[in-house]
Structure formats: C-alpha cells, structure tokens
Design a protein around this ligand. Sequence first.
Ligand SMILES: [Zn+2]
Ligand SMILES: [Zn+2]
Length: 178
Amino acid sequence: MNSKLESPFKVNFHELPRRAGEFRQYHLEFSAPQAIGIALLEIPKSEPLDISFKAESVDGGVLLTGEVISHARGECGRCLDPIEFDVNQKFQELFLYSSRVKEVGEDEDEVFSLDGDIADLEVPIRDAVILAMPINPLCQSDCLGLCSICGLKWRELEKDHAHKASDPRWSGLADWKP
Ligand SMILES: [Zn+2]
Ligand SMILES: [Zn+2]
C-alpha cells in the first residue's frame, strides 16, 4: 500500500464514504519534487506547495475542488530581469472509480481515474499551476526590453540612445525608438 503513495501528489480516499454527497477536506503541504511551470517561470524544485481541497463523493467517482498556493520564480521575457510570481490557483477535477472508467469506456488520456482509493493529483496540479501563469511573464507590463544592438536595458539607457549607422544593415535601426 505504501509503495503506491511514494509520490506526495497521491492521496488516499479510503476514509471518504462512496455515497454521493459525502465529503472531506484535505490539506497537503510538501516540497515540489520537481519544478513546475513554463520556460520562463516555474515553481522551483523543493519550493513548498500548499494544496487544500474538498473531496466529494459523486456518482461514479470523487470530485475535487480546491486551490494550490506556491511561489514561482523566473525571468522577464523582454529584459531577462529576475521576476517572482505568487501562485494562487483554484482547480476542480473529477476522478472516476476505475470500474466506472471501464464502464463508460472513455479515452484514458482524457479522464482521471482512481487507483483503488488513490488519486494522483500531479497532472491536475501541474495543469492548474501552468494555467495560473502569464504566457509572457514580464518584470512590469510596460517593460521596454533590451536595445536590439547592444543588449543593454532601455530602462537604463539615455532616451536618445542610438548606434551609429556605419553598417548599412543597421541604417534603418539607428532612429528606432521603443
Ligand atoms: Zn523586463
Ligand atoms: Zn544600444
């Protein structure tokens, strides 16, 4: 039995009666076993994850409704400065009893199923965290990014910062301002 719980994302619902309407509150706190996120922004490995949810028995399975709280770090997509991001994302997911999954014959990829009384929350939590993250993380919404020629931050450059257009390939860029 214990070997099935080696992942901290796995929860055993043996205490939850399989009678529609019954529910229990659950609270998980553990360190992320792996980073969760996108290329520019992630909850780093070992960062605390705080997951609280209600598990409710419904016809054929268990409905989980809750939220995940953590902290992500990454870099601005324009200027590459370090940024931080508070993750506080609600989620709702239905886990079907494995017997019910066979009954309804749904594609196993599209439905979460319980392994006995055990649900693996890793994919739903990962999906919720990624959904919470901005597609283009920025240090501030109006970040000006970097000069495309010298790579310095526009924020730290003079307003009239420019490069001599000695190279004809850059002639069009010399007057360029963000
Ligand atoms: Zn930036
Ligand atoms: Zn420059």
